[in-house]
Design a protein around this ligand. Sequence first.
Ligand code: DGL
Length: 258
Amino acid sequence: MNKPIGIFDSGVGGTSIWREIQRLLPNESTIYLADSANAPYGSKGKKAIIDLSIKNTELLLSKDCKIIVVACNTATTNAINYLRQTYAVPFIGIEPAIKPAALQTKTNAVGVLATKGTLSSALFSKTSTLFANNVQVIEQVGDGIVELIERGKLYSKAMESLLKVYLNPMIEANIDHLVLGCTHYPYLIPLLTDMLPNHVKIIDSGEAVARQTKAVMIKNNLQALDQIIPQNKFYTNKNTEVMASLLGSELVVEYLNF
Ligand code: DGL
């Protein structure tokens, strides 16, 4: 089926997921929505996050998307159940990958860096209880990180200071895994790698989301035909330059009021 895959996030972070999807499914067309005008979602309540997720979903459906990837942990953990019950297309979500971290830890301590909206969600607390009950989980709200990335301040003194404050208690607790629970955070990996002890493994679920997207498309017979030339469209309702610089190529980012 030659319709596009729809992807949305509260902002530019979900491009980290788009990249994995593009790598695994290069024949597919995609439409990406960055709702940066409403970022961050992480400090909003559940109702507001559901309303914004509805707005993004309906725009993607109006552009004929065949499947929707909620490339945002905060929107997934707060709104995906509602979206699945309301719309007929399949939805793929992303949540902090606490299960592999809890299974693999040798120090019995793992860190989770995520938004307030994700860490306080019922879905996160269910997953955490189910898979990490016997492990010390150091949860940290990443206040301010999304805002800095959205303003193009990924590599800045302000970011380094925030990360230092957030990582120190985790380092003191001797974590050996750090779970990235927000799709903006993979852009921090070079900084995190510098700041964390060598034995700490950073876990990011982007690739798993792409694999799940592929599996669901195969199951529902939604794959594009080989002879089609795929198109990738990127829309933001805020700053096109910040997004273009993160995508880092000749990809075109368009402004759209939504
Ligand atoms: N990328 C979003 C996530 O994965 C950021 C949430 C926010 O806007 O606070 O949670």
